[in-house]
Design a protein around this ligand. Structure first.
Ligand SMILES: [Zn+2]
Ligand SMILES: [Zn+2]
Length: 146
């Protein structure tokens, strides 16, 4: 990183307020923190965080949503199950971060979509099995109880 005011000098500090790189001549130390000349005048509170904690969209929730949607496709039930699990992971992750991230709606949608898809599919599967039992007397377990 170069000094924001001298293109030919390496920055040795970063203004805690605006994030500008500062060479030894440009940095102003106040209260244990480095400011650029501009920010030292106003003592503007920190405007940029080099590493922002939390914030943004939760990645897990989006992944879960995508998996749940793709998992609706017949034969891709394992993706729906993965989306369901990942949805709960996302909810836990967002909770662990103190709800600083968005994407909770995606996680909830993923859980609902995945669950609905699985219930419908297993319902259909059971229904078709029931049909098979009805058509083939040899496979029908209900004949023993009649
Ligand atoms: Zn500054
Ligand atoms: Zn400089």
């Amino acid at each position: 990183m170069k000094c924001a005011y001298h293109d030919d000098r390496e920055a040795v500090a970063v203004c805690v307020s605006c994030g500008a790189g500062l060479c030894p001549d440009c940095r102003t130390r106040e209260g244990g923190k480095y400011y650029c000349d501009e920010c030292a005048k106003t003592h503007e509170p920190i405007r940029v965080w080099p590493e922002r904690a939390g914030g943004g969209l939760n990645v897990w929730s989006v992944c879960a949503w995508v998996l749940a949607m793709v998992g609706l496709w017949p034969g891709l039930e394992f993706l729906a199950i993965a989306g369901l699990v990942l949805g709960f992971v996302a909810l836990g992750d967002i909770k662990a971060r103190g709800y600083t991230q968005t994407g909770r709606a995606y996680a909830i949608a993923a859980v609902v979509i995945a669950l609905t898809g699985l219930v419908v599919k297993f319902g259909l599967m059971f229904y078709s099995l029931y049909d098979v039992f009805q058509m083939s007397p040899w496979l029908n377990p209900f004949r023993y109880v009649q």
